[in-house]
Design a protein around this ligand. Sequence first.
Ligand code: FES
Ligand code: FES
Length: 196
Amino acid sequence: MSLTKKGRTGYDKVIRDRAIRQHKMTHQVERQDSNTQGIKTMLKITINGQVHEVDVPPDMPILWVVRDVLHMKGTKFGCGLGQCGSCTVLLDNKAIRSCVTPVSWAVGKNITTIEGLSREGDHPLQQAWKDLNVPQCGYCQPGQIMNAAGLLHANATPSAKEVREGMAGNICRCGTYQRIEKAILQAADKMNKGGK
Ligand code: FES
Ligand code: FES
């Protein structure tokens, strides 16, 4: 279909009107967000066995509290949408995406971050990661390790297929997937033989 000058003008107007509508809707949502997020509450949360009192909006994601309020930078921000896994932490030993989990959900539970997985950085997963030189750029790896820890809590003897399925939501832009799989199987083997 060929567009006449008049047709293009009409089309441009439709596009412009749509952009204006979207702009207004976005700002309306931002105003609503800033209204609800302005209400802070004192919350008591436990991270790596230590109790913290934080004065934050209850719907603030755990990732923000951990990184920006408590300055624990081991947990990484990736997509912010629950889709890459780089922000994974454990909540009562279950792997969760901290970028989309409100901090109020953690009250009365224990959050474990990469800093708290082991005292000396010598959890079998961390040792296997070192043995097999798993990281490349390293950015996704705290999330990979914490997701693996959640996986092994749920299933101490996973098959290679179960490891692949359990880790499928954790993205690695460097493509270290094969080493991650080997490291998890090595760590599981060590833990099942009584390794620390
Ligand atoms: S940053 Fe949380 S899943 Fe991507
Ligand atoms: S090691 Fe670079 S993103 Fe995973």
